[in-house]
Design a protein around this ligand. Sequence first.
Ligand code: ADP
Length: 217
Amino acid sequence: MYPNKTVALSGVSLHIAPKEFVTIVGSSGAGKSTLIRLLIKEELPTSGKIIVGSIDYDTIDKANIPHLRRRIGVVFQDFKLLPNLTVYENVAFALEVSGVKTSEIKRAVPKILQLVGLSEKGNVYPSEISGGEKQRVAIARALVRNPKILIADEPTGNLDPKNSWDIIELLLKINKFGTTVLLTTHNKEIVNALKKRVITINRGRVVKDEKVGRYVL
Ligand code: ADP
């Protein structure tokens, strides 16, 4: 419940296994973003329990939140890149803020840029690349800290169909390497083609949870 007494989620009980690929669908205002904010501890539930890996959110203190955030990488529809940093620097920054040594940063960043297909773009600025490439940078930045879980909140919302599919394929590849992926999307074609687990949220409740789900709203 938000301070204005809006009940954004109610009676939600979900278990997501390690290495799963899960899509969360629901119309605008259904509660998807609230669910994500709870998972990254940006919001606190009024009641109920959240456990990620072995971390019980009731028992972690403030000092442990950065540790939790390292376990969960998040990418958003609007990329949230730093415009004054190059592609390489945007990714490196995620490591710098967590105190990683320069030698380790120099090793990790090129590797991750290669994984997302941006080896050639390290020296350019966000304004010089396409939307699809920007989302790849955001994914690289989220992944460079080796999170166990990658949350992609409407990652294709600002992309054309071709770039959208490229991003989805990248998420599938990342999932294959062993990262749990949580995807929220409004894109019906993508959800139906994925043939993965689909959790449907409506007015704050899980109304459907299917192993091979379809987008039905
Ligand atoms: P979705 O991501 O599915 O569009 P949200 O989780 O953003 O849905 O919203 C769920 C409900 O909670 C909506 O009724 C929305 O208006 C409300 N809500 C979201 N964020 C806040 C907030 N910070 N304060 C008050 N109400 C909010």
